[in-house]
Ligand binder design. Sequence first.
Ligand SMILES: Cc1cc2nc3c(=O)[nH]c(=O)nc-3n(C[C@H](O)[C@H](O)[C@H](O)COP(=O)(O)OP(=O)(O)OC[C@H]3O[C@@H](n4cnc5c(N)ncnc54)[C@H](O)[C@@H]3O)c2cc1C
Length: 432
Amino acid sequence: MDYHHEVLVVGGGWAGVSAALSARKAGADVAICEKTDMLLGAGLVGGIFRNNGRFVAAEECIAMGAGEIFQLLDNLSRHRMIEFPGHRHASLYDVVKVEPAVRELLFRFGVTVYTGARIVAGKTADDGKANDMRLRAVKSEDGRWFRAESFVDATGSSGPMGICRIFGNGCASCIQRCPAFGPRVSLSRILGLPEFMSTRRKGSYGAMSGSCKLAKESLDPEIVRELDERGVVVRKLPEHLRNKNKNKLNMKACQQYALPEYADSLVILDTGQGKLMSPYFPLDELRSVPGFENARFLDPLGGGKGNSIRLVAASPRDETLKLAGADNVFVAGERAGILVGHTEAIVTGTLAGRNALLHARGKPLLEIPTRLATGDFIASSTVTPDGKGLDSPFTFAGSVYFQRMVDLGLYDPDPEVIAKRVRDCAMDGVFA
Ligand SMILES: Cc1cc2nc3c(=O)[nH]c(=O)nc-3n(C[C@H](O)[C@H](O)[C@H](O)COP(=O)(O)OP(=O)(O)OC[C@H]3O[C@@H](n4cnc5c(N)ncnc54)[C@H](O)[C@@H]3O)c2cc1C
């Protein structure tokens, strides 16, 4: 074997980064294998956090002792506590500055990161001890073997190109950069275990990513000034473009932004570049809107035609995030259900990473109580082995799950109330 770690995390998006940090903080020798040359995956192009129920989830994590990433994001926020249609107390982190800062955080904690390590194969143990399959080692495309006691599958659910062609408008050259670094491969797939596609869209599968990045310097100086000052710009669309825009919103992964305001207007947020809250926008039409005459897409490069397709690879698991059918593999982020969002990836990553370590040391696994929003979210977003739980994307920020938070009285964005609830559940500092 080339390398041996106690816990190995495959995929270095927000889920993988959080899993590694969580395992490391509890004393694990932990490494991340990431297929590209940068960490954060889809987190390289998002930026919105703390909006709506995500505020509660972030504060619960902080109270449970898993606050490092949120503190880093707060420090990197270009705007805090802003409002935009349908969303309150949102923060916007700088997507240009975030990746080196996260690497530095992991380095400081002692997490090993292997970039250019696309995992394509694995070996299971044949020791007859476990009912479920036990993964022993995985192999990267360039021939390196990585052995570990337990694993976290944090490979996300984006693309690859064939999926974007079948269920979307083709490869739009997004941040996942499949043509350069190779397609996503999950541990479930390597183990021959089932994974499921979201079925929300009638007659089709998956969902299209819901925003694009425009180069700020390609926008009218007045728009840039407003973005810098307020963090958000809303411009009414000409009548003939409104209906067309509405149809696009139904395809979105993030239904929390599929509101009438987003069909009638261009909504742009300042995440270092201009985050256009539409899955794609034909360039000629965009350039017909005053102030956008010279607009240019930065991500996806084909943002005039389409965007990445996601939510096509959820793995059945339980409330500890243990992968069904595997003894020592945990899942996090978009693999752990039809889940959307950085915060959602960080929450599930934190639990999966900690449980991977507990499992490696033969200790009882942790569950987050359902009296907390983070625990209830994990429990209610489970995909079962017979494929239940696939018809609505789960996010703290809106749609079905945010409504559930409100109904259950779990949405009160007061950090003291949240910290008290965490203490009452005896969960304060568990991830510290
Ligand atoms: C355009 C866009 C805008 C978004 N905006 C927001 C936003 O503003 N706010 C928000 O909360 N959410 C946003 N989201 C959603 C959010 O980014 C994702 O839900 C979340 O970041 C998913 O994290 P993840 O770690 O599960 O997956 P990913 O971020 O997809 O990470 C998976 C990682 O695994 C790697 N990988 C895959 N296969 C392998 C393999 N075999 N070996 C090694 N590595 C592998 C990939 O390269 C990738 O880095 C946005 C998403 C997109 C696409």
